[in-house]
Write a protein that binds this ligand. Sequence first.
Ligand SMILES: NC(=O)c1ccc[n+]([C@@H]2O[C@H](COP(=O)([O-])OP(=O)(O)OC[C@H]3O[C@@H](n4cnc5c(N)ncnc54)[C@H](OP(=O)(O)O)[C@@H]3O)[C@@H](O)[C@H]2O)c1
Length: 311
Amino acid sequence: MCFRYRAQPSMAEKQSAFTELKLSQRFRSGTSLQDAVVVITGASSGLGKECAQVFHSAGARLVLCGRDGSRLEQVIEELVSGPQTQGKQTHTPKKVVFDLADTNAVHKAALDILACYGHVDVLINNAGISYRGNILDTHLSVQRSVMETNYFGPVALTQALLPSMVQRRSGHIVVISSVQGKVAIPYRSAYTASKHATQAYFDCLRAEIDQHRIPVTVISPGYIKTNISINAVTGDGSKHGVLDKTTASGWEPRDVALAVLRAVSLKSKDVVLAGPVPTLAVYLRTLWPALFFKIMSSRARKEQKNTHKNE
Ligand SMILES: NC(=O)c1ccc[n+]([C@@H]2O[C@H](COP(=O)([O-])OP(=O)(O)OC[C@H]3O[C@@H](n4cnc5c(N)ncnc54)[C@H](OP(=O)(O)O)[C@@H]3O)[C@@H](O)[C@H]2O)c1
């Protein structure tokens, strides 16, 4: 009989094995996006379009969603004719056209999405609409319509796709919220309320589906340089139509999209993508609410004065 002696690994060897394991796990989670079925809502512009670009380059099989089929088609053409990423096999994205604010359309869309590849690995709830207005002058119908798109839309789509993820014990739910899902800013009531509701719903979902091994990632960016303020609705439902200074000086959408890719790869739970001031505001709201409310009241007064000056 032959006994083979195996020396106990040293501390350094243990540490290096641990680092290697971590790296290989990260590598595996990175490469797992190759051929992964990734659904992106609001893929026709802004952050959604950039997410389509980075996930396509990572080799994902994309299902792009939006209300305008021809704009989605244009995004697909750009992706297919763009430069190929070395070492990655890319796929021609598919599209599903529907209005997130229409619950019946969302149910039908979920079936169409599942029909593309039979399952979904990552759902990125990105589509959204912003709002600018004074609560006193805002129709209740506007408060409701922003909630339909930003809250009930992602909730309906998530709930329609979730059973197939639970059945496969595999999948990943991502939602693009906002720093305004954590702190409320004056003259943004409909938007910030919809994002607070989003944060709360997906926090509950994370806890409830953890037992099925389905991660939930909530991403809360600060300002991003997109058309969001131009597309925002006002108190009477008309378009704001202005590229706000804050939006124009925001983060590059590509940088945010890369951070989304990283958060998906690492299965992060809650990510704030913002500079020091908004991040401080998030802490202030919890730790020193009285000061936070004072600052917000002063901001509201200043904004009101500026509005009157510009009238
Ligand atoms: N930009 C920012 O400063 C900022 C900051 C924090 C968070 N965010 C969040 O980032 C996400 C993306 O916004 P963005 O900045 O990229 O704005 P965007 O350029 O205006 O893009 C919004 C996307 O949502 C889609 N969409 C809007 N209403 C829809 C509906 N009813 N049904 C289906 N799709 C709809 C639009 O597609 P169609 O019009 O073609 O349907 C468009 O592709 C949003 O959730 C937003 O709240 C943005």
